[in-house]
Structures are given as structure tokens and as C-alpha cells.
Design a protein around this ligand. Sequence first.
Ligand code: FE2
Length: 192
Amino acid sequence: MRIPAQRFAHFVRDFTQLVDCCEDDEAQLLARGRDLLAEIVCRDDWLPEAYAQPNPQHYQQYLLHADPADRFSVVSFVWGPGQKTPIHNHTVWALIGMLSGGERAECFGVGDPGQPMRSLGVDHLTPGTVETISPRTGDVHRVSNAYDDRVSISIHVYGGNIGRIARHVFDEETSMRKRFISGYSNEAEIAA
Ligand code: FE2
């Protein structure tokens, strides 16, 4: 699968070089990766229409690039009006860059069994901003479209092939966790 956009191709080239040099240094990787992602989300004219399509039922996760060695993946998240994720973790580092619209991200601490999750605060992402997530500092959150009346899009980079990683969703009232694998919205294209 290829996205014939020079802007994105340069991003993948630069990010691959970054992972080549800094795979074992997460702090440096996130700091430099944040700058690379900020460069491509400062303009919203490069994402092909096919990867910007909302679905009326569910938010969409389109795989844009998978590193051949599964060291990182790049995904476009497309939110229909009012859509949101369950509370979930990642198990790998992540960078979230806002392309258009807005996102509300609420971080959580996992409670004792049977106890509710603890809200750790809310971040609001506006176009051009980039947020980092690390399992080392807490990677449990719930993300929603900041808008009830329009589509929002963000570009995510993960420290693995995120659609293939077994991770968890959490129940807000009981902190109970359930295993899930997210997959991608464009599975048919990826398999072709
Ligand atoms: Fe997430």
C-alpha cells in the first residue's frame, strides 16, 4: 500500500531513520518524533480522501504505513460527530498529532479490582498540536471527537503494528479489563 504524497513519503523516510538510530531511547525518539509529526500535521492538504472518510457508526482507523519490521505504524483516526473510544491502553509508545477538528483525551488510572477508574485529567488537542503517550508514565485513556457536529482527524504513530497488538479496554465503574485487538478499517486493502 502506498500513499502517493511526497509529504507523507518524506515523513516515513525521516521516521524510519529516527527509529533506526533511537529505537532503544524512548525519550529521544518521542522528542524528535514529536517534531516530525508536527511538521506534517501543520497542513491538512496531503491526506488522501480514502483515509479521511468517516463512518456513521464507528470512528475509523486507517493504516497509512506499517514498518516492515513492525517497529512503528502510522494511522489516520477519523472521528464522526460525537464519536469516542472506550477507555483503553496501548502497551507501546504513541504520538498523536491533530490534523483537523479537535480531540478530547481523558487519562485514567486503573483502580483496584471492583473499584472505579480514576480520572487523571483532560487534554484538548487543536489542529497542529502533538501529544505523546508512554506505557512508562501511563497509557490508559479515552479519546473523543471534540465536536458533535463535524468530522475530526488525527494522525497517530505507534511503537509497533498497533492494529495487531493485543491490549485492553477497561470498564470505568469496576476497572475490569478485557483483551482486544483493534485491527484497521482498511483491512481489505492491506490484505490485497
Ligand atoms: Fe489511544
